[in-house]
Design a protein around this ligand. Sequence first.
Ligand SMILES: Cc1ncc(COP(=O)(O)O)c(C=O)c1O
Length: 382
Amino acid sequence: MLPFHVPDLGEEEITEVVDVLRSGWLTTGPKARDFEREFAAMVGARHAVAVNSCTAALHLSLEAAGIREGDEVLVPTMTFAATAEVVAYLKAKPVLIDCDEHTLNLNCNLIEQAITNKTKAIIPVHFAGQPCDMDPILSIANAYHLGVIEDAAHALPARYHGKMVGSIAKSSCFSFYATKNITTGEGGMITTDDPEYAARVRMMSLHGLSRDAWNRYSTEGSWYYEILSPGFKYNLTDIAAALGLAQLKKCDRFWKTRERFAALYSEGFSDIPEIRCPRAAADIQHAWHLYVIQLELDRLRITRNEFIQRLQHAGIGCSVHFIPLHLHPYYRDTFGYRPDDFPMASRVFQRVLSLPLYSRMTDEDVTRVVEIVRSLVKENRR
Ligand SMILES: Cc1ncc(COP(=O)(O)O)c(C=O)c1O
């Protein structure tokens, strides 16, 4: 069986974590600060705040952007639960936007018509690691005074017109979940150039306290703190940060391997009209978190679900990214969204399939996946 994902962990991660365990300091402290510094340097941001998930990062970013009850926030429908649920945490309304047929990123042509006088922010999601077209998004946001908070859960290391994702918008939120491009088990990071925004996010990530534990209990710290706001418990432990420090050093190597495997897949499917391969737009660096193919269903005698079953039967783990938000009961029932409201995402959802893509795979694994997919297509051609 080739699993859909296996994290790439080595002796370096083990040594870093054991160092923390021996140090006697387990929660947010020097390792988290080092991880923040190195992460900020890598993406070219002035500030980075480590938290315990990308969901937390998104929630804190919206809070710091001043989103409150009754506001509207634009969110692509083609995303994971986290991107929109954080809007609901703040009692604001997630207003969904359909996707582009090719990149599966939000369709920038549909943004302006979704804006009302309640719209306060937009959360572009860099689907699969391909940056959204940020120039039009930023210029619309500028014209309508909207905050731009990037969901960069898939987008490390990604680049748009020469700039790293993490240094483009007001704030960017990364994920270090177990299957992400680098992992800390669970974890996330917020990057921003704005010192006040960073300070707000940091304070709210730890109960709204004026001082974190390191600043209270370390030798040069003071026991005194004040509660400045009712915050959250979203801080990253030093154990997780130690993993992150080791993973960050390998991020570029992991990316090069995934990029090469993505190219091997695309080459392997290039003469198969039943398979539409993902393609990177010009002047961007695709982080290649996911390799999402689209099945040309009118050329096949089987559905996407049957295709997945057969792949699993042949020992290939795969997944679907994503079930669009508007098709889920909560969004359907709460906001009255219908499949026809987002025709592209509704259509594309029937066709998408994510193949395994990670640095622990070998060239032989990729070749095997290609061969199995090719033979499945051959057996089930119309
Ligand atoms: C697009 C997107 N945003 C946000 C998240 C949430 O990340 P986390 O699990 O770190 O909270 C995910 C996780 O899979 C994701 O795919």
